[in-house]
Design a protein around this ligand. Structure first.
Ligand SMILES: NC(=O)CC[C@H](N)C(=O)O
Length: 304
């Protein structure tokens, strides 16, 4: 497959003028990002890297980080994790509070904010220094030590993160949060502030296309049965109330973030990341979704 040729076609056929959404502004620091940014990187192992545009520039990965923390929490808790968080698509916005009341504080899935905050609670509860351990985990699976938190983005989100703070308080009232609220949201805002490029994200997510092993070293990070669960959740819940649309258009498991990044994997073939900060009304990168639709259409291959 001539991936570089396909990526070049996507790059020349599409740009930010094709979409009408807006850069996220509820986190003030994200509102400063240039809406014209557009990059994509595809990695198939054996040093086969293909990319274009701003694929080496770091951006705020936001909710994409929820896949990393889920992975760590599953390695700690095993199947007991599912007593604290469910595995169903929410059909609701990522920061919604309403379902929690009807469902006794058990979030629908680990990728909506409520679910990711329960995962943060678990990591804060079990790890000595969760921020350092998350950073070490991400650097290890990426094979790159040049990955850090963006403290300016983390404090910017903290200054306006009332909904997330409300979610933790509410779940604590309903008995699904063990630790204090402050360290949980501090950890959550930091995980969301992780700054990575498309190239780094494609490398990191290769473990989900490679049955849980780091491709280059063969080291097992997760058991294959854990990868099965995480990929299933990316397929059904990775795009909030647009997970159906992403499956329909793209046909790959993936995860988005309000920084405008999307990562998707094709098991045993490739891992791909795209970045364009303009979001649609569901909070997913508009151009990113279109670019990935082009990728699976032009290659003629998806998981379906
Ligand atoms: N969808 C997202 O990327 C949301 C993450 C963001 N940090 C928030 O909690 O609102």
């Amino acid at each position: 497959m001539d991936y570089q040729n396909i990526l070049n076609t996507i790059h020349s056929d599409m740009n930010y003028r094709d979409v009408g959404g807006k850069v996220a502004s509820y986190i003030p620091e994200l509102a400063k990002i240039d809406p014209r940014k557009f990059g994509m990187h595809l990695y198939c192992g054996e040093n086969r890297h293909y990319g274009f545009g701003d694929s080496e520039e770091k951006f705020s990965i936001q909710s994409i980080s929820k896949v990393f923390t889920l992975c760590m929490a599953m390695n700690i808790m095993g199947e007991d994790l599912w007593d604290r968080v469910d595995v169903e698509p929410s059909g609701n916005p990522f920061n919604s509070l309403t379902q929690l009341e009807q469902e006794n504080g058990i979030p629908r899935n680990p990728f909506i904010n409520a679910g990711a905050l329960v995962i943060s609670d678990i990591l804060v509860d079990h790890l000595k220094n969760p921020k350092e351990e998350l950073l070490a985990f991400v650097r290890k699976i990426t094979g790159d030590s040049d990955i850090n938190y963006d403290n300016t983005v983390a404090s910017s989100e903290k200054s306006t993160g009332f909904r997330n703070i409300a979610l933790v308080n509410y779940m604590k009232a309903l008995g699904n949060i063990k630790c204090e609220v402050e360290p949980i949201v501090d950890f959550y805002f930091h995980q969301c502030s992780l700054a990575m490029s498309c190239r780094q994200l494609a490398k990191a997510f290769m473990i989900f296309a490679n049955k849980g092993r780091i491709l280059e070293t063969g080291e097992e990070i997760m058991r294959p049965e854990v990868v099965k669960r995480i990929n299933a959740l990316m397929q059904t819940c990775g795009f909030y109330d647009e997970a159906g649309e992403f499956s329909f258009e793209v046909g790959l498991p993936g995860k988005s973030g309000v920084g405008g990044g999307i990562v998707a994997i094709h098991p045993e073939r490739y891992s791909v990341a795209v970045w364009s900060p303009i979001l649609n009304e569901k909070g997913n990168s508009e151009l990113g979704m279109k670019a990935l639709e082009r990728l699976t259409t032009l290659t003629g291959v998806s998981v379906f």
